[in-house]
Design a protein around this ligand. Structure first.
Ligand SMILES: [Zn+2]
Length: 395
């Protein structure tokens, strides 16, 4: 068994391989479907072999009153200044002081556009980083399975010691011959949001990253010998064509969005209702955006395998279609956002890419849930009973 070098490249479009001669030189190149959501859902699925409705990590922010980090600072909410941006940043800092450290990839992010009275109900759904024990609570993660089976592995690029993960991979030279070697690269997603993945700047950076990966691959194989290679991304990138200020949309309809408990994530708006009549009003206002998006009814959420079985991610969830984004979100203003993801995987532009030096001739649609069973097969482990994905290697 050769070591398996796995490289994850966040947000790489299949079409971008044309600017990446090293990656493009491998024999198998396929499209791969992601989850209806962002990286958090995609990672949950690719490290578990099950869809989002089973691992339950759909969005970063969820409704969880008993565990909200803001529940302990809610007495501060009455101070008038807390509703302002500096107030929210202060609340965020103070709330974190009382919490166990959250070591997940996103941690407890700052909150920008969000109604103050919702904060005490909000908690993050992820508590641990992808490769840490107990990252997933509903099913075991690939990394937990490897630990349990005694498979040695190494993860490079996930430690947040640099803004660009490629720098961590670049400085790593102590190559060990281990069954599973994982390089984690977030750069492509970052610069794609900023410039658009079709831009000249992005093409230049894609070529530089490709050259770096080529060099590191040479360095690795001359140190430890031949490896099998699996490279994949979790989603594509779609240029932003239309920005919607949902606060304006509500104002134009004679309503105030801040009267409704809501979280806006970028391409989704999520609502929790605590008074009669709210849902009808929100649905009526959202009707004016039907050119750009749709309410994801519970049946749609079930069909897309994202419904968690309760209201943690919203009583009503509205999803934008490719090209549209919300300008004011819980994360910020989306001012520099040229390109986005987080749309339905039904759209071909949402596809990620999968590359390997091994044959992948299976002609079915490949999905992120296939990643863990496929890696397990290379490691001579039998995929677990509950896994929904299938190994994609040709036999
Ligand atoms: Zn992104």
């Amino acid at each position: 068994m050769k070591p398996l070098l796995s490289i994850f490249i966040d947000g790489l479009k299949p079409e971008s391989l044309e600017h990446m001669p090293f990656l493009n030189s491998f024999q198998s190149k396929r499209r791969i479907k992601g989850e209806h959501g962002y990286s958090i859902a995609c990672h949950g699925s690719m490290y578990s072999g099950v869809h989002t409705d089973i691992h339950k990590l759909w969005f970063v922010w969820q409704y969880a009153p008993t565990s909200s980090p803001f529940r302990r600072v809610k007495y501060l909410f009455k101070i008038p200044f807390m509703g302002t941006l500096p107030g929210k940043l202060f609340l965020h800092k103070t709330a974190k002081l009382f919490e166990q450290p959250n070591t997940s990839f996103f941690g407890i992010p700052r909150v920008i556009h969000v109604p103050l009275r919702l904060l005490k109900y909000l908690d993050v759904s992820e508590k641990r980083n992808y490769d840490e024990p107990g990252y997933l609570t509903e099913v075991p993660s690939l990394f937990d399975i490897m630990r349990e089976k005694g498979i040695a592995f190494e993860v490079i690029g996930m430690d947040k010691s640099e803004r660009e993960e490629s720098k961590i991979v670049e400085r790593h030279t102590d190559h060990k011959k281990l069954p599973f070697i994982y390089w984690f690269i977030g750069d492509v997603d970052h610069f794609s949001h900023k410039f658009g993945q079709e831009s000249d700047e992005a093409k230049k950076r894609l070529a530089e990253l490709d050259a770096l990966l080529g060099r590191k691959y040479e360095e690795l194989t001359s140190a430890i010998g031949e490896v099998d290679v699996l490279v994949w991304s979790d989603h594509g990138h779609i240029d932003v064509a239309h920005k919607i200020d949902l606060y304006d949309t509500f104002e134009q309809a004679g309503a105030d969005l801040n009267d409704y408990l809501h979280v806006i994530d970028g391409t989704y708006a999520r609502f929790w209702f605590d008074k009669d009549g709210q849902e009808a009003k929100v649905r009526q206002v959202l009707e004016s955006l039907k050119e750009y998006g749709d309410v994801m009814e519970i049946e749609d959420q079930k069909a897309h395998r994202v419904y968690p079985g309760d209201r943690r991610y919203g009583d009503l969830i509205f999803a934008l279609r490719p090209g549209a984004i919300f300008s004011k979100t819980i994360w910020g203003w989306s001012r520099t956002m040229k390109s986005m993801h987080g749309y339905s995987p039904e759209y071909r532009e949402s596809d990620g890419v999968l590359i390997s030096n091994l044959p992948v001739t299976d002609d079915r649609t490949l999905e992120l849930i296939d990643i863990t069973p496929s890696i397990m097969e290379r490691l001579e482990l039998t995929p677990l009973e509950h896994m929904e994905g299938k190994s994609f290697w040709s036999h």
